[in-house]
Design a protein around this ligand. Structure first.
Ligand code: ADP
Length: 646
């Protein structure tokens, strides 16, 4: 075993590798960019070396600097994690030329799987089923179109150098082929510098099932399958192991095919053989085809660890240091079921836009494994992938594991940035997914329902109100009572585009009524803390003027500076209304006065602030119904304008 290794990565995977180093007594060297100088993986490592810069090109992709760091710190081997340099055969060559060990497959194995056409040809030769198609070198449009006809529509055009869905086009019928080919080729040329494509049969409603393999350069074993069919735009969202509906016969056939694939290239280390599966008619041993091999540890490896009890990183270190495979195929078995959900900082309603922000609060439930590279206070920056964590659960059966996933997601707390947590929760409750009825089109078909955000309830708003005025933390309810000598208080909140006028009435010790836009929520303090209309309160995190009420979904409510409250909001055409309860300070007009839109008509004092009430249109004052010094309710009409001549 190595004495010291360097981890050429960041984030959760760097932390994950360091965890195993700790357990094995291996010294861990981290590398980091300037923006990651205080990152969790740096804190966890025994030694850290700065690579400088912020972008991957300035930092984690600098192979030379990483090799120099390994040599300077006495590391004998480099773990690449996933992404960055993990599948770069030139880096592997450079690592070995420097006398170091690359913890992963050989450069030649990576090259063999690097191009989709060559990999498919190699796999077909090794007796692994591949998707029917054309992966020849003749790239003339006529030949490709003829091949597409022979395969039968619909067909998929794929860039041979592709990845991340780039250079991929679905073609439904012959007339669309020429255009789709031209655009796939030009996209592939731009993205990969290689315009070559292959054509294959498009499998309708396919499942993505992949097999974890592990080799020691000679022999290989498989650690069963993972189902990664829950994808959005070819990106995995929730993964599970084993695959729902898998039969022993098909598992055997897939496992053996994957082992053949690994052994055909003398595979060393952890790898994943991805198959596309036709699930339209149940899982059949003749209904799966090789898609590609990922020559590294996958993001979703923890679900395999959960059901097999194997620490895949430990296996990586042992095999890379020269040990044979830790066990044989017969020693491996499946226990229970596991799910992994990828938690991202992203704005789901805005179309899953990557988000940034400082994680002012971050907490995971104890029952789940959370693989994360960030802590409370860390920043999700625009420089890297916006992943916050992977939430992993394990249960004795799929049903148990799924219930645990739902609970774990609703107990995960993130404040300071928007996340996809509600989307993950909705997916975990999706009827088809719950029944194990998955395919890669599931998310796309049900996207509207999966991203629908339920309305904010008055109970949630009331919890935010109590937290914002500090009453939820009052040690005894009596203190809360005593805090507020005026027994009424008003608060304006914003939740997204919604504005809420809240009125707090202290009725007695531990008894507060919160009116939210007129709807009253009874907050009562008992032995177990506050209850809201009889329901227990959720966890709430307050920072500055924002309250994050955690739950399914989590809502963020911001306390509005009363001056920001658009007084005009309560002004509806003819009527000038009080936008909130308050004291009329001054009235500037009397009946018969001509006013112009935007003129200040009165001043209302509420929440210790003055609010100008403005005319919503040009007109003549018909009536003034309030006088200076009078107390008015929210919505009270103060001034009426004469009806407009139409
Ligand atoms: P990339 O390397 O660009 O990610 P892959 O070959 O891994 O491309 O395919 C990505 C995804 O596209 C798969 O997970 C699957 O959902 C879909 N896909 C790939 N090949 C086919 C096919 N022949 N028929 C239907 N869907 C496919």
């Amino acid at each position: 075993m190595f004495d010291t290794i360097l981890i050429a990565n960041r984030g959760e995977i760097a932390c994950r590798v360091i965890d195993t180093c700790r357990r094995l007594g291996v010294r861990a060297v981290a590398v980091h960019s300037d923006v990651d100088a205080q990152a969790r993986h740096v804190e966890m490592a025994d030694v850290a070396v700065s690579l400088g810069g912020a972008t991957p090109a300035e930092s984690y992709l600098r192979g030379d600097a990483i090799i120099a760091a390994a040599q300077a710190t006495g590391a004998q081997a480099i773990h690449p994690g996933y992404g960055f340099l993990s599948e770069n055969p030139d880096f592997v060559d450079a690592v070995e030329a420097a006398g170091l060990v690359f913890i992963g497959p050989s450069a030649s194995a990576i090259r063999a799987m690097g191009l989709k056409d060559a990999a498919k040809a190699l796999m077909a030769e090794a007796g692994v089923p591949v998707v029917p198609g054309y992966q020849g070198s003749d790239q003339s449009p006529d030949v490709l179109a003829k091949e597409a006809d022979a395969i039968g529509y619909p067909v998929l055009i794929k860039a041979v150098a592709g990845g991340g869905g780039k250079g991929m086009r679905l073609v439904e019928a012959p007339k669309g082929f020429a255009d789709a080919l031209a655009s796939a080729q030009s996209e592939a040329k731009t993205a990969f510098g290689n315009p070559h494509v292959l054509i294959e049969k498009y499998i309708t409603s396919p499942r993505h099932i992949e097999v974890q393999v592990f080799g020691d350069g000679g022999r290989a074993v498989h650690l069963f399958e993972r189902d990664c069919s829950l994808q959005r735009r070819h990106q995995k969202v929730i993964e599970e192991a084993p695959a729902p509906g898998m039969t022993p016969k098909m598992r055997d056939a897939m496992g053996q095919a994957a082992v053949r694939a690994a052994e055909a290239i003398g595979y060393k280390g952890a790898g994943t053989v991805e198959f596309i599966v036709d699930g339209s008619d149940g899982l059949r041993p003749d209904g799966f085809w090789f898609m590609e091999m990922n020559t590294r540890l996958q993001v979703e490896h923890p679900v395999t660890e959960a059901i097999t009890g194997v620490d895949l990183v430990e296996w990586q270190l042992r095999v890379a240091s020269g040990e044979p495979l830790p066990c044989s195929q017969e020693d491996l078995s499946i226990a229970g079921h596991s799910f992994e959900a990828r938690l991202y900082a992203e704005d789901v309603p805005a179309g899953f836009l990557p988000a940034t922000g400082r994680l002012s609060h971050l907490a995971f439930p104890e029952e789940a494994r959370a693989d994360t590279g960030v802590r409370t206070g860390d920043v999700i920056s625009p420089h890297y992938d916006p992943m916050i964590a992977k939430v992993i659960v394990h249960g004795s059966s799929r049903a148990v594991a799924l219930r645990k996933l739902r609970r774990a997601l609703s107990a995960t707390q993130v404040a300071g940035t928007v996340t996809n947590l509600a989307f993950l929760g909705a997916l975990a409750r999706h009827a088809g997914f719950s029944a194990g009825d998955v395919d890669t089109g599931l998310i796309g078909r049900d996207l509207a329902a999966l991203t629908d955000v339920p309305d904010l309830t008055p109970v949630v708003a009331a919890q935010a109100v109590l937290a914002l005025i500090g009453l939820d933390r009052a040690p005894r309810p009596l203190d809360g009572f005593a805090l507020w000598s005026p027994v009424m208080q008003d608060l304006a909140l914003a939740c997204g585009d919604d504005m809420l006028c809240c009125q707090i009435t202290t009725c007695g010790p531990g008894e507060i009524d919160v009116a939210v836009n007129g709807q009253i929520v009874a907050a009562r303090h008992g032995a177990n803390g506050w209850r809201f209309d009889g329901q227990p309160g959720a966890a709430v995190f307050v920072e500055d003027e924002s309250a994050t009420v955690f739950g399914d979904p989590t809502f963020v409510l911001r306390r509005l500076d009363p001056l920001d409250v658009d007084a005009g909001a309560g002004t509806s055409g003819d009527l000038v209304e009080a936008p909130m309860p308050g004291l009329v300070r001054q009235v500037f007009v009397s009946a018969g006065a001509e006013v112009a839109k935007g003129d200040r008509l009165a001043i209302l004092e509420a929440m210790k602030m003055e609010h100008s009430l403005l005319a919503a249109r040009d007109g003549v004052v018909a009536e003034v119904m309030a006088e200076a010094g009078s107390q008015v309710e929210a919505g009270a009409v103060l001034i009426r304008l004469e009806e407009e001549d139409i």
